[in-house]
Each structure stands twice: as structure tokens, then as C-alpha cells.
Design a protein around this ligand. Structure first.
Ligand code: F6R
Ligand code: MG
Ligand code: MG
Length: 362
């Protein structure tokens, strides 16, 4: 059988220092533990900012209990070390002490897809820090529905039929599938509000999976602030999917996302190399890395650090200029998020304090 599952499971188990990065010993523990196991075909461990990323291939399908348990146990082991080193916010994304069979809803973020391996199978794993799950809406739309981004939508007969987008309503917890190009305007009406409507997956019209993202909303699970969701996304490329370069193209423009300092600000999404996946200025700016793999008989060949390239220097420069611009607005919207989307707020206590000083206007 040549079906393979690619699972990317991530968690913030403690930052080093603050919320900037992951301590090298945490990556080491994850590597050591994954080496011991027998259920994976292959794995790769990395980090983006303060998020530890487990990239795994196996034959067990999506939502598999054993695979989720493996990730959960690794995050628990890493949390123990993080606590010993007093890393910042140790165990931040481990919202429970008991494993319930699936890491979804327990803190970690998950993106998984199962597919029949092609003759040659390029995949890109995007990983972000200091932003929310809906951050992928803009690039996924560009990649799979915008012919000004993806030339293949117009000139490649294999892409010309368009794609189907599964969109999650994170507030009502329901989803809808919209097809492009015919329903592009309806799709945009939803996904232009990325804090609520999140693209969960993209399919070719023949039902072949093309992309999946992690859609966990941490604050909704925990009922209080526990950091932004710092999402991941897997995209398949070439031969009936957008070309690798079409998949990367949206990131040449540093679009604005929600997150950054205290999960409460707008900031440019900056594409960076693995080496630069460390959040510094104002705890950011929000960053994205892209790991490119070829999958060969279940093995992960790679990764290539796809944003470690001068072709993205201008995007980084622009991102820094945008960061400078928006930072100067300090506590004013749209630098600060609208009140309902902020992860931190002092507004209720300020209003309470001032309650008796507010005078009715005649
Ligand atoms: C954003 C993030 C950081 C923290 C900030 C304050 O997702 O993780 O920007 O919100 O550093 O952190 P605390 O409240 O832990 O001091
Ligand atoms: Mg953190
Ligand atoms: Mg993070």
C-alpha cells in the first residue's frame, strides 16, 4: 500500500528566553524520543519561535490515537525538562494532565493529511509564530484561487478546474465547502474575517487533498488567554497542484496578521530562514518558515529551508518597514486589535473603576 500520512503536531512547551525561541535541549529530547519509536516511517523536529514542531510520516491515517499519544508523551517529557530549566511558560500548550485519545482540543496544534504517494511528491510545511490560525487564509486563497499568483490556474489544464475550500466557523464550530472560481466572492466574504472563518483544508475537484492547516483556537479551548495559536499548514505542490514557486509566491508580500505582542496587535507576516525563526522585536514580528520535503516511500527527504533565499529579502525589508510604521501607532487601533479580538485587556477593570465618574450626556 502506498498511502502515507503526514502529521505535523506542535506545541509551545516553554520559551527561551521569554516567548522568543525553543531551548536546544527541548529539540534534542524530541529527537531522542522519536528515534526510539517504531510506528513512524520518518520524522523531523524543528521549531518556529517558541513552538516545537514534530513533522512525522506514518501509515496510520489522520487522527490516529497512537500517533497523537506519541506526540503528547513527547510534549509532556519536554515540559518536564522545560520546568527544570525554568523556561518561560513551561507547559503553556498542555492544557490537561491526562491524554484523551486525540491531542485536538488539548492545546497542541495539528495539521494532518493522508494521500496516495505520487511518482514524486513535493510538500511544503509552513510553520508560524505569534499569529492565529486564520493567518493562512490570505496565502491559501492566493495559492489555490488567484490567477495573478498562480499562473497554472489559467494555463495548466490540470489546475484549470479550480479547488474546493473547507472553511471553519470557529465561533459556531461548523464548516462549509466553497468551490472556486465559481464561489470566489462568497469564499472571500468569509475568509476576509480570519479570526472567525478559517480555511481548514483545500481539495482538488477530484477530491484529492491539496492543503490542510491547524485550526485550533487556544483561547476558546482554555476559556482564557494562553497565547495565540501559532499555526502550521501543509501544502502539496507540482503535477496537478500549484508549483512550488506558486505556493511560496504569496509570502513575497508581508501581509498583516493578528497576534504579535500579547496576541493583541496587527503585524506584518515575515518569511524567515530556520536560523531567524526567533521572535524578538515587540515579541515578533509574526514569523513564518517554510520547510520543503520530497516524500519518498514514506521517508521525508529534506528539509530545504525555502525562505532562506535572497528572493525573500525584499519581503523582509518591507515587513520591517511595515512593523516600524504600525508600531508608531502604539495603543491605537489598528495597531492594537479591536477589543473583542484582544488576548489581553484591562478594559473591564478600567470601566469598573470609572463607573461612577461617567456622567450621562443630556
Ligand atoms: C504572544 C506572546 C507574547 C506574550 C508577552 C507577555 O503570543 O506569547 O507576546 O503575550 O510576552 O507574556 P506574559 O504575560 O507571559 O509576560
Ligand atoms: Mg510562548
Ligand atoms: Mg508561539
Amino acid at each position: 500500500m502506498s498511502k502515507i500520512t503526514l502529521s505535523v503536531i506542535k506545541a509551545d512547551v516553554g520559551g527561551f528566553p521569554g516567548h522568543a525561541s525553543v531551548h536546544p535541549s527541548i529539540v534534542q529530547i524530541a529527537n531522542k524520543e522519536l528515534k526510539k519509536q517504531k510506528i513512524l516511517e520518518d520524522f523531523h523536529v524543528t521549531h518556529c519561535g517558541d513552538d516545537l514542531e514534530l513533522i512525522m510520516t506514518h501509515r496510520k491515517g489522520v487522527n490516529d490515537r497512537q500517533i497523537h499519544r506519541l506526540a503528547w508523551n513527547i510534549f509532556t517529557k519536554c515540559t518536564e525538562r522545560a520546568k527544570k530549566l525554568k523556561l518561560y511558560g513551561a507547559g503553556q500548550d498542555i492544557l490537561s494532565t491526562a491524554f484523551s485519545g486525540n491531542v485536538r482540543g488539548m492545546g497542541p496544534g495539528v495539521a494532518e493529511m493522508e494521500f496516495e504517494q505520487r511518482k514524486s511528491d513535493p510538500v511544503i510545511v509552513f510553520m508560524a509564530d505569534k499569529t492565529e490560525a486564520g493567518a493562512w487564509n490570505f496565502p491559501l486563497y492566493k495559492i489555490f484561487a488567484d490567477p495573478f499568483n498562480t499562473a497554472g490556474l489559467v494555463i495548466d489544464p490540470k489546475l484549470h478546474h479550480g479547488f474546493g475550500f473547507e472553511v471553519l466557523d470557529a465561533i459556531e464550530n461548523k464548516s462549509v465547502v466553497l468551490n472556486t472560481p465559481e464561489e470566489s466572492y462568497d469564499l472571500l466574504a468569509l475568509i476576509g474575517a480570519p479570526s472567525r472563518y478559517i480555511i481548514r483544508s483545500v481539495y482538488r475537484k477530484d477530491k484529492e487533498i491539496a492543503a490542510v492547516s491547524s485550526t485550533q483556537k487556544l483561547s476558546m479551548m482554555a476559556g482564557h488567554y494562553v497565547g495565540k495559536d501559532d499555526p502550521v499548514c501543509i501544502v502539496r505542490a507540482q503535477s496537478g497542484f500549484p508549483a512550488l514557486g506558486e505556493v511560496l509566491e504569496p509570502f513575497a508580500f508581508p501581509f498583516m496578521v493578528s497576534g504579535w505582542m500579547r496576541g493583541s496587535h496587527h503585524g506584518p507576516f515575515m518569511p524567515v530562514s530556520f536560523e531567524d525563526a526567533r521572535c524578538t522585536r515587540f515579541d515578533g514580528p509574526p514569523r513564518v518558515i517554510a520547510a520543503g520535503f520530497q516524500i519518498a516511500d514514506g521517508k521525508l527527504i529534506g528539509p530545504t529551508d525555502l525562505f532562506n533565499d535572497p528572493a525573500f529579502d525584499l519581503a523582509r525589508q518591507r515587513a520591517n518597514e511595515e512593523a516600524d510604521y504600525i508600531r508608531r501607532m502604539g495603543p491605537f487601533e489598528p495597531s492594537r486589535l479591536p477589543s473583542e479580538e484582544m488576548e489581553y485587556t484591562s478594559l473591564p477593570s478600567v470601566l469598573k473603576k470609572l463607573k461612577n465618574r461617567f456622567k450621562k450626556m443630556s
